[in-house]
Design a protein around this ligand. Structure first.
Ligand SMILES: *Cc1c(COP(=O)(O)O)cnc(C)c1O
Length: 500
């Protein structure tokens, strides 16, 4: 009895003390928010760190509920976005309130990409340690333009470069540029190609420019990605000058349809067709290109990672004979967004094409990241990539990437059993699905699936037919996520067919 009363007293004391601490913190916060200069306020916030704790609380709440949320935001959530529409404030605000507003109205209006049933585009998931790494390095806030700005970022870029070269079995002289995404990586690769092919003909593109430059040819498959076309336009190749080559029924460039190649040609091949996931036959084409003295760039935004596995490596056979490659960390490798990588076997061509100078830029003996990218200031994105590779190891890369493939195969099998037709060979993580309905009905089925909130898939055109396109892209996606999504397909089809 004495014991009980004693512990009650202790409990009361602890509770009272906690209350007191909370009250002191509240008073302190109140002080922060009123009558303080902006500078003092930010200093106090930085010291108190409660904003970071609040953000962490909201983030964890989000993470814990994302799996059961509507994959695409509900219409209520979309309406909540109106709260952000206001005149730009004049007075400085309250950090806590800003986070609160973001979580209350922003979080519900995000797509549940990290939840396991998002199959649109090719949007990857996020490996926990890479996200945690991002949090830590956000506190560093490094600029990776120069070694002198961030020795750690420079070192980890160099380590990633070496590891990627080994993982993909690329030539020793290959260098890497860490850019925002594959669009940017393709741009860099093609800029290097333009520099090299002109230089081979005695033309310094940087100095002499495009007027009177040797005319270059660009050759790519009919099903090349829009990002390739964009880079070609930006670099002045001229879209009307693209020599498109026919593809087979999987979307692979047909080598026998290639025009005669010569040393003025840039060939752009694909590791992972954005609809079917198919890979161009690199071995055969690279051999032809090498004989002709042409430059080959391989766009492998999500597919290049197959080259880092044992089981799927055969898909990228011969890819190491190319001159440049583009790949994303943020797609199938599941790092946070903003992780494009350009790999180039011709360091001189790349660094000359992306050259920059200025009296205030102090280059070092160490790796200065800006030599390999179009930007100067960049955040230290390679640290997250490093964390992913360090965490996974080559075995883990294999397990992750092959796992996506396995679940894509499961998805296609279960859809077939339900009477959907799979129009591609599911060689990687992409599935092209026909509902065996009219194009209009297929579009309605897609919209019905999206509206169900159960999963999210987009549409595409495949050989003149409206199709559903699926990308299995996240480590989170489980076998039951797949089965549940197949049921959403079945329900949507039944609904649309009943209505028509
Ligand atoms: C996603 C993708 C791109 C563009 O990459 P971003 O990182 O979105 O810029 C280019 N090519 C292919 C094949 C892709 O899948």
């Amino acid at each position: 009895m004495f014991k009980g009363r004693y512990s009650n007293f202790l409990e009361g004391l602890v509770y009272g003390l906690l209350r007191l601490i909370i009250i002191i913190i509240e008073i302190y916060q109140e002080r922060i928010n009123t009558n303080m200069s902006l500078g003092d306020k930010m200093h106090a916030e930085q010291q108190l760190k409660s904003l970071y704790d609040e953000a962490r609380g909201y983030a964890f709440e989000y993470a814990d509920s994302v799996a059961e949320r509507n994959v695409f935001p509900s219409s209520d959530a979309i309406r909540g976005l109106d709260y952000f529409v206001e005149d730009m404030p004049v007075e400085n605000g309250d950090g806590s309130e800003i986070l609160k507003q973001l979580h209350k109205f922003g979080s519900p209006a995000s797509t549940a990409q990290t939840g396991g049933r998002y199959f649109g585009y090719v949007n990857g998931g996020i490996i926990p340690v890479t996200l945690a790494t991002k949090w830590l390095t956000d506190f560093w806030d490094q600029n990776t333009a120069l070694y002198l700005m961030s020795p750690i970022a420079s070192k980890l870029e160099a380590v990633c470069e070496t590891w990627l070269k080994q993982l993909f079995d690329l030539p020793d002289e290959t260098v890497a540029g860490f850019v925002s995404g594959t669009s940017s990586a393709i741009f860099c690769g093609l800029a290097a190609a333009r520099y090299r092919l002109c230089d081979n003909k005695g033309w310094d593109f940087n100095r002499q420019g495009m007027n009177g430059a040797p005319s270059l040819r660009v050759i790519t498959g009919q099903q090349t990605h829009g990002a390739v076309v964009k880079a070609l336009a930006l670099l002045g190749f001229g879209l009307d000058n693209i020599e498109y080559v026919d593809c087979d029924d999987q979307g692979r460039l047909c080598p026998e349809k290639l025009p005669e190649l010569d040393d003025s040609c840039v060939l752009i091949l694909q590791a992972g067709n954005v609809n079917s996931g198919a890979f161009d036959p690199f071995d055969e084409i690279c051999t032809l290109a090498a004989t002709a003295g042409a430059w080959v760039h391989i766009d492998g935004a999500f597919g290049l990672w197959a080259g880092g596995t044992r089981q799927l490596r055969h898909l990228t056979q011969g890819m190491n004979q190319a001159q440049s490659w583009s790949v994303d960390g943020h797609k199938t490798l599941n790092t946070p967004y903003d992780s494009g990588i350009l790999l180039c076997a011709d360091k001189q061509a790349l660094t000359h094409a992306l050259q920059a100078s200025g009296a205030y830029l102090h280059f070092s003996e160490n790796r200065d990241g800006m030599h390999y990218t179009p930007e100067m200031s960049r955040r230290a994105r390679a640290v997250e990539l490093w964390a992913a590779l360090k965490y996974l190891g080559s075995k883990g890369v294999d397990e992750l990437i092959v796992g996506l493939h396995d679940r894509a195969v499961q998805f296609s099998n279960e859809l077939s059993q339900q009477g959907f037709s799979i129009l591609n060979d599911v060689v990687f993580n992409q599935i092209v699905v026909s509902c065996n309905t009219t194009d209009t009905q297929t579009e309605e089925i897609i919209q019905s699936i999206q509206a169900s909130g159960e999963c999210w898939v987009g549409g595409s055109m495949w050989q003149g037919q409206k199709v559903i396109r699926i990308s299995v892209c996240s480590w989170v996606t489980s076998e039951s996520d797949i089965s549940r999504s197949v049921m959403a397909f079945v329900a949507a089809r039944a609904k649309v067919l009943k209505a028509s």
